[in-house]
Design a protein around this ligand. Structure first.
Ligand SMILES: *[C@@H]1O[C@H](CO)[C@@H](O)[C@H](O)[C@H]1NC(C)=O
Length: 134
């Protein structure tokens, strides 16, 4: 009985979830001038500042996607977020931003947060070259 109720609930939520999906393609390059070997495996995470509460419950860190930089620092990351168009005519797109975890300057690691952007598929967001050196 409970199972049937859960299925019903999931079924009711799915169309809502599909409604406002927006996807992001982003690429860029991290640069660690003091030691270029530390560019490799810098963690590049795509997050949504404006995460939907439903998905926030399921996925509290609001991660849309994650990747690791190549040896030359280049990366591409992609993921999808959901908008919250609760009111007609008011669009509330996801607000993606990129977070980079690296240990360019210290072995303990650092987190760098880049400004948010609103470029969605089919356009590619060009994050450019990001200097990690402090
Ligand atoms: C650069 O980083 C690598 C990996 O952490 C390390 O093995 C190497 O000793 C570092 N080189 C210099 C010049 O600090």
């Amino acid at each position: 009985m409970l199972k049937a109720k859960i299925l019903l609930l999931v079924g009711a939520l799915l169309p809502l979830a599909m409604a406002g999906e927006k996807c992001v393609w982003a690429r860029g390059k991290v640069l660690c001038e003091r030691n270029a070997t530390k560019q490799l495996n810098a963690e590049v995470r795509l997050l949504d500042k404006d995460g939907d509460w439903v998905f926030q419950t399921i996925d509290p860190d609001d991660s849309m996607g994650v990747t690791f930089a190549n040896e030359d620092g280049s990366f591409t990351v992609e993921g999808c977020g959901y908008d919250r168009d609760w009111l007609p005519f008011v669009t509330n797109d996801p607000e993606p931003y990129i977070q980079i975890r690296h240990n360019c300057n210290t072995d303990d690691g650092e987190t760098l947060i880049l400004p948010g952007f609103k470029t969605f598929v089919p356009d590619t967001y060009e994050a450019g070259t990001i200097k990690l050196d402090a």
